[in-house]
Ligand binder design. Sequence first.
Ligand code: SAM
Length: 243
Amino acid sequence: MPRFFIQARPVDGFLAIEGEDAHHISRVLRMKPGDEVTLCDSAGADFDCIIEDASPSLVRCRVRGEFASAGEPSAFITLFMALPKADKMEFIIQKSVELGASRIVPFLSARCVSRPNAAALRKKTERWQRIAAEAAKQCGRGLVPQVCETIPFSEAVRQAAESDTALFFYECERDAPLRGAIGGRELASVSVTIGPEGGFALEEAEQARAGGLQSVSLGKRILRCETAPLAALAAILYESGNF
Ligand code: SAM
C-alpha cells in the first residue's frame, strides 16, 4: 500500500494531502476514491486511510484506523559519518535509512578529502535530505530521518557521546569486538561514528575515547567507508531484535 508522510493529525476523521504528493497520487499513481493509502505523521503513528476524493492539488482521505508505525526500529540510531569522496554519501544515506538510522550527521575529520564550501554543502544537504525521505517512504519507515548540517569532528564527538551507547568504529581497534560492546545490552539510543576513506588519525581516536565514545572493531578486515556503517547498523538491528 502506498505510504506518504504528512505533518498533521486527523480532523473529524479525515486527513488531507496537498502539493507534490497530491499530484503524484492522482496523476502518476492514478489513485481514485475507494483506494487505500497509508499516511504517516513522522511521529510514530500510521493511519490506514481510504481516499474520498483525489485531485492534483488535494487528496482527501477518511481515516480507517491509527497504528504505531511498524517500520520504526526500537533503537534510535544516529549515524555520524565522515564526509566521503564523490557521491558515496548518497548511497550511505539511502542504505542507512533502510537499516534503521533515524538521524544522520555528516562531519569533517582530518583525513576527509572532500571539503565542499558552505554553499555546496547546503545544496548537498538538501539533496541528501530528499534521498532520506525517498528511502523512508520506500522502506516503510514511520519517520523521515533528519540529515543534519555538516559539523567539525570535535562537535561530532560531543554529540555522539550523548547517546546511551556511543560507538566509535576505529579501524585500528584490535581489542574491542562490536559484539562485546552491544551484546545483551538494552539498545535505546545508539550513536555510530564512521571515518572517511583515509580512516581516523590516532589523535582523533584518542579524542573520541576521551570524549566518552567506545572504540570498537568490525573485525579483522578493513571495510570501505560505505560498507562499515551498513555493517554496524545491521549488527545493531540484529542485536536489538529488529531483524
Ligand atoms: N584507511 C583506513 C585503513 O586503511 O586502515 C581504512 C578506513 S575505512 C575505509 C573507513 C572507516 O570505516 C574507518 O575509519 C572506520 O570508521 C570504519 N571501519 C572500516 N573497517 C573497520 C574495522 N575493521 N573495524 C572498525 N571500523 C572499521
